[in-house]
Write a protein that binds this ligand. Structure first.
Ligand SMILES: NC(=O)c1ccc[n+]([C@@H]2O[C@H](COP(=O)([O-])OP(=O)(O)OC[C@H]3O[C@@H](n4cnc5c(N)ncnc54)[C@H](O)[C@@H]3O)[C@@H](O)[C@H]2O)c1
Length: 244
């Protein structure tokens, strides 16, 4: 039975991925800085011994070290890491508080360094593994008034390529998903119609539609994909901006 660690698993894309991996028979270890007991109880009722959770701030070394020790203790290791936790910040760069810069880089980028530090040695030892990072279309192209998010997700995109090259010789594949607007808590609901009308599919993405691509990249179905930053955008990223 395969085991996956999913960060940012209590909400949105991470929660949809948790349920999908469980449905497909994997053991899921959820990590999130928020603990939602109602969600956990429902998952435990349905999936019993296959679901685990440790409250973790993945931007903090001591938390990820603790998470690693709990994973070893409770499920004896991991086959796949989904680096999905993330936050967002809005505003012009020159007006942004320094905290926004530090928080975004810690939550979205340093977190991948920290899970790598603690979990990749075991994947190397096992001689196999997959890692999927949740990047964004915002790591491939720019947004209006989201420069720090763009910088952080751009870093995740190129980190994915670098990790893919370095760990291929250990039979560890590293890929990312790059979604456009997804219907989660991260998105301001007032903006959903605006995002929908500029998308070729005329709707925004559902969390499960990203989860399915994450699952594909995590599983053997994508056994020759490595270093791919896969757009999940309904075609938005291939548009020149030409009006219809
Ligand atoms: N929603 C979108 O439009 C969209 C588009 C592209 C990419 N993404 C990316 O998808 C990922 C998931 O976001 P979502 O849309 O599901 O949002 P969400 O807010 O619903 O979920 C994010 C989860 O990450 C957790 N989290 C944040 N920082 C953390 C930390 N330091 N330690 C542990 N947990 C932490 C939050 O508690 C939350 O449960 C993020 O990386 C986000 O940047 C989202």
């Amino acid at each position: 039975m395969k085991r996956v660690l999913i960060t940012g698993a209590m909400s949105g894309i991470g929660l949809a991925s948790t349920v999908l991996f469980l449905e497909r028979g994997w053991v899921v270890f959820m990590a999130d800085k928020e603990e939602k007991t109602d969600i956990l109880e429902t998952l435990k009722e349905q999936y019993g011994e296959k679901i685990f959770f440790v409250k973790t701030d993945v931007s903090k070394d001591k938390d990820v070290k603790h998470l690693h020790s709990k994973v070893q203790e409770l499920i004896y290791g991991i086959d796949c890491v989904i680096n999905n936790a993330g936050i967002i910040a809005h505003g012009l760069l020159h007006e942004a508080p320094e905290k926004d810069w530090d928080d975004l880089m810690s939550n979205d980028v340093k977190s991948i360094y920290l899970t790598s530090k603690y979990f990749i040695p075991e994947l190397i030892q096992n001689g196999h593994g997959t890692i999927v990072n949740t990047a964004s279309i915002s790591g491939i192209a720019g947004d209006y008034e989201m420069p720090i998010y763009n910088a952080a997700k751009g870093a995740v995109v190129n980190l994915t390529r670098a990790m893919a090259l370095d760990y291929a010789k250990f039979n560890i594949r590293v890929n990312s998903v790059c979604p456009s607007a997804v219907d989660t808590n991260m998105l301001n609901p007032d903006n959903i119609p605006k995002y929908a009308c500029v998308n070729p599919l005329k709707r925004i993405c559902a969390p499960i539609e990203v989860a399915k691509v994450i699952y594909f990249l995590a599983s053997e179905e994508s056994s020759y994909c490595n270093g791919v930053n896969l757009p999940v955008t309904g075609g938005l990223d291939v548009h020149t901006g030409q009006p219809e």
